[in-house]
Design a protein around this ligand. Structure first.
Ligand code: SF4
Ligand code: SF4
Length: 301
């Protein structure tokens, strides 16, 4: 049994995205609460204790701003899975028996899972066979819960099924390649080249401190937006609903534009300095930083 469990190099950290670093009064501690190994601390920067971090990637699933992301090429995973008729996605401990791998399957967020569901044309198996002996095994129950919730929600939405194969389940690995025509049709409404640009982070620095003024969506939200944009109008509404947040401004808003400056994703933008910022719903991750930052308490989410 391989001992590898991933680690600090599987994380990409951008301190400038972190909410308490952008605004010291922010109450966000989602990553600290999600980390089962107590590896994360935050003061003037995000510190991940290399000894404690086992690379379960659970922090990347909860971070709403893209401060912590997976340092891995998800587009390559998607492409490898789309080439086979019975795709198996594994982790760094099951590379021999999977068509594609992530460092740890704990990093599969709802956005990743929905992308797999709506882009692959055939049922996908998640290989959890090595999890019982892995220090990251606490992620299994969380992942199974996410998969089963999405499975219930997607009954009327179509898309492929995601099957979790626990220890003892026989995972059959096929290397059978789809023919060229089937390969391309297997990307249901995919915009693959764009996704590759968005998700190909493996060559970027593992740690950076970007500009606080730069706005960008977390990669997993960018991926979801691309997936949603290729669905039918009916499905777009259904799939995006759990991710749709609404910001409202009360008459107390002084139009100071501070919320537009502090928002990490570009969901709030200044159009007229005499009015409250404009709101772009598909860029809002519901992080709540604007609500906490507004001195006039004029924003509700
Ligand atoms: S979840 Fe993200 S934004 Fe929140 S404290 Fe952790 S790194 Fe910062
Ligand atoms: S609009 Fe507010 S809640 Fe939405 S991403 Fe920006 S700061 Fe966060």
């Amino acid at each position: 049994m391989p001992e590898q469990t991933g680690g600090r190099n599987d994380l990409r950290i951008d301190h400038s995205r972190c909410l308490p670093i952008r605004y010291s009064e922010s109450s966000c501690r989602r990553c600290i609460e999600a980390c089962p190994h107590g590896a994360i601390s935050i003061d003037e920067q995000i510190t991940v204790d290399q000894e404690r971090c086992k690379g379960c990637l659970l922090c990347t699933v909860v971070c709403p701003s893209g401060a912590l992301e997976i340092n891995h090429d998800f587009a390559a995973c998607l492409a490898a899975l789309a080439k086979v008729t019975k795709p198996v996605l594994g982790c760094c401990r099951t590379t021999e028996s999977a068509n594609a791998t992530l460092p740890c399957l704990g990093g599969l967020s709802d956005e990743h899972l929905l992308t797999l569901i709506h882009r692959l044309n055939t049922d996908l198996t998640l290989h959890l066979g090595s999890c019982p002996d892995c220090p990251n095994n606490s992620m299994v129950a969380l992942l199974q819960e996410r998969v089963s919730l999405l499975d219930e929600q997607k009954r009327d939405q179509g898309g492929c099924r995601i099957i979790t194969a626990e220890a003892g389940t026989n995972v059959t690995l096929q290397h059978e390649q789809l023919d060229r025509r089937s390969f391309f049709s297997s990307f249901r409404n995919a915009l693959f080249q764009t996704a590759a640009v968005v998700m190909n982070s493996a060559t970027e620095p593992v740690e950076q401190n970007g500009s606080y003024g730069d706005k960008r969506l977390p990669q997993r939200r960018e991926l979801l937006n691309q997936t949603i944009s290729k669905l039918s109008a009916d499905l777009q509404g259904q799939v995006s609903k759990p991710f749709s947040h609404q910001i409202t401004f009360s008459p107390d808003c002084a139009a100071c534009q501070g919320c537009a400056a502090i928002c990490p994703t570009g969901a709030l933008t200044t159009t007229d300095r005499a009015q409250h910022p404009a709101f772009k719903q598909d860029h809002c991750t519901g992080c709540g930083l604007c609500v906490e930052f507004c001195l006039d308490q004029a924003i509700s989410l």
